[in-house]
Design a protein around this ligand. Structure first.
Ligand code: ADP
Ligand code: ZN
Ligand code: ZN
Length: 755
C-alpha cells in the first residue's frame, strides 16, 4: 500500500493499533513506536506483532493510525516487534468503515475490524485441474443432446457446462454440478475433453470470449440505464431502487450498468444473497465480463478467497460478486454498488456487529462517492418508503420479457378442506393440479416454510391464532405454557379454540420429510427430490439438487425457502405453497412482509418459459392481506396496507428499534443484570422522552447452550436516539465490575425477528 493512498507522506514514527483481543477492556487504540527499519513498509491496515500487557506478551494487532508525533511520553512507549507479511492489508477506507460500524451497530473495534478485513491468511497456491473442450462448441452441444437422450445425464451436464468456456475448474464441476471424476475420465478417454493440471490462481471458471451478440435492451430497460448513468455523470449519487417483477430483466439492467461503469474506468461490487449465488447466476456474469470478475462466497476455501483478493489488488478484477461481505472488497476506484434482491434478510449480519449491508453500502458509497443501485421484485418496505419519499430514485419494470405471463394463482382454504373431511396436507385443488402435471410430464415445486417449526398455535377449524393481548404477535408453544416472547406475558395452554370451540387447536409441526413420504405413497412412480437442512449438509449438495431438478431428473422438488430464490426452472408449471400461514405468525416483527415476499417469489417460479404456470397457495387465512396481495401479485397494494400497520404498531421503517440481548450463566443474575442495566437509563439518555422501552423479558429460546437469555427492546422514531442510548449503555456496562463477570451483551438495531 502506498503512502499517498493513506493520506499523507508522513514519517510514520508512531502507530496506534487495535489489539486482537475481543474484550471491552482493551477496546481502544494503543500507541507504539515504529522502529526505523519498518517505517517504509508499515501502513494503515497492516497486521503487526506488539508486546502487550504485563510480561510484554507478543500479540497480534492492526495498525489504524500513523503519526509523526505523539501525546504520550516517548520513553514509555513500547516498540512494534514486526509486520506480519502473510496477510492482505486492509484499505484505510475499510478501517474508517469499521469505526463507523462499531459506533453505529455496537461491537468492539477488533470485531468490527475483522468483519471488514479481507482475509485471514495467505495460502499456498494450489494445484488446479482445468477442463476444456477438444471439440467445437457446436459438436459439444450435439453430443450433449445425444448423451441426454441416452440417459447419460452427467456427461450431458458436463458438456453443456463447457460450451463457451475456455476452461472450467474440476472442483466446480464435481462439486456444483455433481459430476463424478469417472465421468470426466470417460470423456477424456474418448478424446472429447482435455484435463490440464496447473498451479495458478484458483479462478473457478474461465470463458474463451465475451458473449457475442449481447441482448439488445428493451426500451424500458434502456430508459432506466440511460437515466441512471445521466444522473451519475451529473454527479447525483442518490441511491436508486429498481422494482421489477420476477423475470422482468433486472439482471440485464445490472449488467448494462456495470458495462457503463467499466467504460468510466470504475469498479463494481454486486451483492447477491448467498443462496442465489449458484453456478447459473455466476455463469451469466462470466459470459458477459469474462476474467475481470471475481466471486466470493462462504463455500470458497481460504486459498480461493485469498487468490480472488490478490487479483483485485493487482488490478486484474473490476467486478466482485458475492454476499454481504463482498462489500469490503478493496477496490481503489469503486464506482457502483449493486444490491440484487435488496429485501433479503440475509443482508443483515447475524453476528456482531449486526450491520445491514444496505445501510453499510449507503455509508460506504457516501464515503467514496460511489453510486448505490438496489433491485427487487418485492422491495423491502423500507426501501420503497425511501423511494416514495424521494430519498431514492425510483425505477420500475412491470412486464416479463417475451410477454411471458405471470402464473394463475389459486387460494385453497384449508379450513374448508378440514370441514370437508380432508385431513391431508394437500388440498383438493392442489391434488388435482399435481395429478395433471404428473400425467403431462411437467415439473412441480412444493414449498414449505421452515419457520413454521417455531410452533405458533392455531385452530384448524377457523384459523384463529392465539396472540398476546399486549403485542399483536403470536404466543409460542412451550411444554406447558404459551408465552409472548416480546413482553413476557404467559398463559395456560388451550385445548379448545376461544373463537369457535373446536378441539383441533395445536402448534404446527409438519416437516419436508413427512411430505416426501406422503407423496411417495400418493404417487409411487413420481420421482421426488427434497431440499432442506437435512439433505444439504455437504458443501455442494445444494447445487447438485438444483442441477438434477433442472436437468429433469425429478418430477417434484420439495423444499424450504431455499428453493424459491432466483432459480430458473423452465419445466416447472406448478408451484404449491403448503401452508402460507406458517410464516405469517411466527413471532416476527415483519412477518407479514416476509410472507408476502416468499409467496410472491414462490409463485413467480411457475411458468417462466413458454408453458403457462399455475400456483396454489394453501392457507388457513385466505383473507390475510399478505396472502391476498401475493395472489394478486400486487406489491403496491401490499405496501399501502403494510406501511399503515407499521405506523400503528410503531415498527420499522417508521419507528426504529434497538434490541439488547443479555446472556449469562445464571437465570436470576442475568435477569437482574438486564434490569440494572436498563432500569433508569432513559432518565439520563433520553431526557426528551422520545424512546419507549419493552421488557426485560426472557428470550424466545430462554436458554441456549446453557446460557440464559434475556431481551429488552427500545423504540424511537429516530435511529440517532437509539445510537445515543447504546453509547450510554456501553459506558454503564463498563462500570458493572464483578456483577458482569459472566454476562455478555449484544446490540441489534432494527432486528429482523424477535429474540
Ligand atoms: P430478473 O433479473 O428481473 O428476474 P432477468 O434479467 O433474469 O430478469 O431476465 C429474465 C429472462 O429474460 C432471462 O432469461 C434473460 O436472459 C431474458 N432477457 C432479459 N432482458 C432481455 C432482453 N432485453 N432481450 C431478450 N431477453 C432478455
Ligand atoms: Zn376456532
Ligand atoms: Zn406480549
Amino acid at each position: 500500500m502506498t503512502d499517498t493512498e493513506n493520506g499523507a507522506a508522513l514519517k510514520k514514527l508512531y502507530a496506534r493499533v487495535i489489539i486482537d483481543i475481543d474484550h471491552e477492556k482493551v477496546d481502544r487504540m494503543f500507541s507504539y513506536r515504529v522502529p526505523a527499519e519498518l517505517r517504509d513498509e508499515i501502513g494503515i491496515g497492516c497486521s503487526v506483532t506488539v508486546p502487550f500487557g504485563r510480561g510484554d506478551t507478543p500479540r497480534q494487532a492492526y495498525v489504524t493510525e500513523l503519526a509523526d508525533s505523539t501525546d504520550f511520553d516517548e520513553s514509555r512507549l513500547k516498540e512494534i516487534l514486526g509486520i506480519n507479511y502473510g496477510e492482505v492489508p486492509a484499505l484505510a477506507r475499510n478501517i474508517e468503515l469499521a469505526w463507523w460500524m462499531k459506533k453505529r451497530y455496537g461491537s468492539t473495534m477488533i470485531t468490527a475490524l475483522k468483519t471488514v478485513l479481507p482475509i485471514k491468511k495467505q495460502v499456498r497456491a494450489a494445484v488446479s485441474r482445468q477442463i476444456s473442450l477438444l471439440v467445437s462448441d457446436e459438436e459439444a452441444s450435439l453430443l450433449a443432446r445425444e448423451c441426454f437422450l441416452k440417459n447419460k445425464r452427467a456427461q450431458a451436464r458436463l458438456l453443456e457446462a463447457l460450451v463457451g468456456a475456455q476452461s472450467v475448474e474440476q472442483t466446480m464441476l464435481t462439486g456444483r454440478l455433481g459430476i463424478s471424476p469417472q465421468t470426466i475420465k470417460s470423456l477424456e478417454k474418448q478424446g472429447i475433453i482435455r484435463v490440464e493440471t496447473t498451479e495458478s490462481y484458483r479462478n473457478p471458471i474461465r470463458f474463451r470470449e465475451r458473449e457475442t451478440g449481447k441482448k439488445a435492451l428493451t426500451d424500458a430497460q434502456q430508459a432506466i440505464v440511460n437515466d441512471y448513468l445521466e444522473k451519475y455523470d451529473a454527479g447525483i449519487r442518490k441511491p436508486a431502487l429498481l422494482f421489477g417483477i420476477t423475470g422482468s430483466g433486472k439482471t440485464e439492467v445490472y449488467m448494462e450498468l456495470i458495462e457503463g461503469m467499466l467504460a468510466r474506468g470504475k469498479d463494481v461490487i454486486v451483492l447477491i444473497p448467498e443462496i442465489a449465488l449458484t453456478y447459473q447466476t455466476v455463469r451469466r456474469f462470466y459470459r458477459r465480463f469474462a476474467d475481470i470478475i471475481a466471486v466470493m462466497n462462504s463455500r470458497l476455501s481460504a486459498g480461493e478467497k485469498y487468490d480472488q483478493l490478490r487479483r483485485v489488488e493487482e488490478g486484474k478484477v473490476h467486478i466482485m460478486i458475492g454476499p454481504r461481505s463482498a462489500l469490503f472488497t478493496p477496490f481503489l476506484n469503486l464506482g457502483l454498488v449493486i444490491i440484487d434482491e435488496e429485501h433479503e434478510t440475509s443482508y443483515k449480519s447475524e453476528t456482531m456487529p449486526r450491520y445491514h449491508a444496505r445501510e453499510t453500502a449507503e455509508h460506504l458509497c457516501a464515503m467514496t462517492g460511489a453510486g448505490l443501485f438496489l433491485g427487487s421484485a418485492t422491495p423491502s418496505v423500507e426501501s420503497y418508503m425511501h423511494a416514495r419519499d424521494g430519498d431514492y430514485s425510483y425505477y420500475e419494470l412491470t412486464e416479463r420479457i417475451n410477454g411471458a405471463m405471470l402464473p394463475r394463482v389459486m387460494i385453497a382454504d384449508l379450513r374448508k378442506e378440514l370441514a370437508n373431511g380432508n385431513f391431508s396436507m394437500f388440498s383438493e385443488t392442489l391434488q388435482r393440479a399435481m395429478a395433471d402435471r404428473l400425467a403431462k410430464g411437467q415439473q412441480i415445486m412444493l414449498f414449505l416454510n421452515r419457520r413454521g417449526i417455531a410452533g405458533f398455535v392455531s385452530c384448524r377449524s377457523c384459523g384463529t391464532v392465539i396472540k398476546c393481548p399486549h403485542c399483536d404477535v403470536s404466543l409460542s408453544e412451550h411444554p406447558d405454557r404459551l408465552i409472548c416472547h416480546y413482553c413476557g406475558y404467559e398463559t395456560a395452554k388451550v385445548s379448545k379454540c376461544p373463537t369457535c370451540g373446536s378441539g383441533y387447536i395445536y402448534g404446527f409441526r409438519a416437516g419436508t420429510q413427512q411430505i416426501e413420504e406422503k407423496l411417495k405413497k400418493m404417487y409411487p412412480s413420481a420421482r421426488v427430490l427434497r431440499m432442506d437442512a437435512d439433505t444439504t449438509r455437504k458443501k455442494d449438495d445444494y447445487d447438485r439438487i438444483l442441477a438434477a431438478f433442472s436437468a429433469g431428473e425429478a418430477d417434484i422438488l420439495i423444499g424450504t425457502q431455499m428453493i424459491v430464490k432466483g432459480h430458473d426452472f423452465p419445466g416447472v408449471t406448478l408451484v404449491g405453497v403448503l401452508a402460507a400461514d406458517l410464516s405469517l405468525f411466527a413471532s416476527d416483527f415483519n412477518a407479514s412482509e416476509r410472507t408476502f415476499q416468499l409467496l410472491t417469489q414462490a409463485v413467480g417460479r411457475a411458468g417462466r418459459a413458454d408453458l403457462a404456470g399455475e400456483a396454489v397457495i394453501q392457507t388457513y387465512q385466505p383473507e390475510h392481506v399478505a396472502v391476498q396481495m401475493a395472489a394478486a401479485q400486487d406489491y403496491k397494494g401490499f405496501y399501502e396496507e403494510e406501511i399503515r400497520d407499521r405506523e400503528m404498531l410503531q415498527l420499522p421503517p417508521i419507528w426504529h428499534m434497538l434490541a439488547i440481548l443479555i446472556l449469562g450463566d445464571d437465570e436470576g443474575k442475568t435477569g437482574r443484570y438486564a434490569a440494572w442495566l436498563t432500569d433508569t437509563i432513559l432518565d439520563r439518555a433520553d431526557p426528551a422522552g422520545q424512546i419507549r422501552k419493552l421488557g426485560p423479558a426472557p428470550a424466545t429460546i430462554g436458554r441456549l447452550r446453557d446460557r440464559f437469555r434475556w431481551v429488552v427492546y427500545f423504540k424511537s422514531r429516530q435511529t440517532e436516539d437509539l445510537v445515543r442510548l447504546k453509547d450510554a449503555l456501553e459506558s454503564k456496562m463498563q462500570k458493572a465490575g464483578e456483577a458482569a463477570e459472566d454476562i455478555s451483551v449484544y446490540f441489534d438495531f432494527d432486528p429482523m425477528s424477535g429474540y
